[in-house]
Design a protein around this ligand. Structure first.
Ligand SMILES: O=C(O)c1ccccc1N[C@@H]1O[C@H](COP(=O)(O)O)[C@@H](O)[C@H]1O
Length: 222
């Protein structure tokens, strides 16, 4: 199966065009005011108009108010929500909207495979379980986490569980090895394809997709 690619943290139309042309499957927009990649909902609405059919848009939040999530949904109509903070299952489900749940591997309540699996399984309604590293910035920090923890988690992943999305310090030089080791459904990359937070680099985007296209997991079995 082809490993899907989400690219995150877009703030400029030219970067969206570069990612779409390079073949990204999903584009993320950050609605966390403390992030340097933060977008106001009305800015995101204009950017999202540039995303064509068959490329998904993802609205990323960290512990938002319900009203703010509703504003973003109304303005931008994203395909998916991504909750990257301490949002409860009830909160994530309250919007009756498809969502990805991000888990910060290495946080005090997520520092062993057993704790992680127990925690993740509460979010059975998620469309994907995304694993990122535990940092004070909540994400987009380019930091990897303990691979052994993820391997243990992958071993306990059941077919009925939401698919795994690998994030946190995914870069050109490590993405193929990470795919080979963990077989994620998708990877999510932000820092590695930019010159500065929110300022993507078309060459880095293209180079990342070239590497992804070399992956043995991108080829058909025939
Ligand atoms: O991108 C951000 O600024 C951000 C802020 C708060 C939470 C998550 C954020 N981005 C997500 O972080 C991961 C990993 O990014 P990186 O490749 O390590 O830079 C990814 O899932 C982004 O969607």
């Amino acid at each position: 199966m082809r490993t899907r690619v989400k690219m995150c943290g877009f703030t400029r139309i030219e970067d969206i065009d570069a990612a779409v042309q390079a073949g990204a499957d999903a584009l993320g927009f950050v609605f966390y005011p403390k992030s340097q990649r933060y977008l106001r909902p009305e800015q995101a609405r204009l950017l999202a108009q540039h995303v064509p059919a068959f490329v998904q848009t993802v609205a990323l939040f960290v512990n938002p108010t319900p009203a703010f999530v509703q504003t973003v949904i109304q303005q931008m109509q994203p395909d998916l929500l991504q909750f990257h903070g301490e949002e409860s299952v009830a909160f994530c489900e309250s919007f009756a909207y498809p969502y990805i749940r991000a888990f910060r591997v290495g946080a005090p309540d997520l520092d062993t495979p057993t704790k992680i699996v127990q925690h993740c399984r509460r979010y059975a309604s998620a469309k994907g379980w995304l694993f990122d590293s535990y940092t004070s910035a909540y994400g987009g920090s380019g930091v990897r986490f303990d691979d052994d923890l993820l391997e243990a988690l992958h071993a306990q992943h059941r077919p009925q569980d939401p698919p795994l999305i690998l994030a946190g310090g995914i870069r050109h030089h490590n993405v193929l090895a990470q795919i080979q080791r963990h077989h994620p459904f998708a990877v999510d990359v932000s820092s590695a394809i930019e010159d500065a937070p929110g300022i993507k680099n078309a060459e880095k985007i293209q180079q990342f997709m070239r590497i992804m296209n070399q992956s043995p997991f991108q080829q058909s079995d025939e």
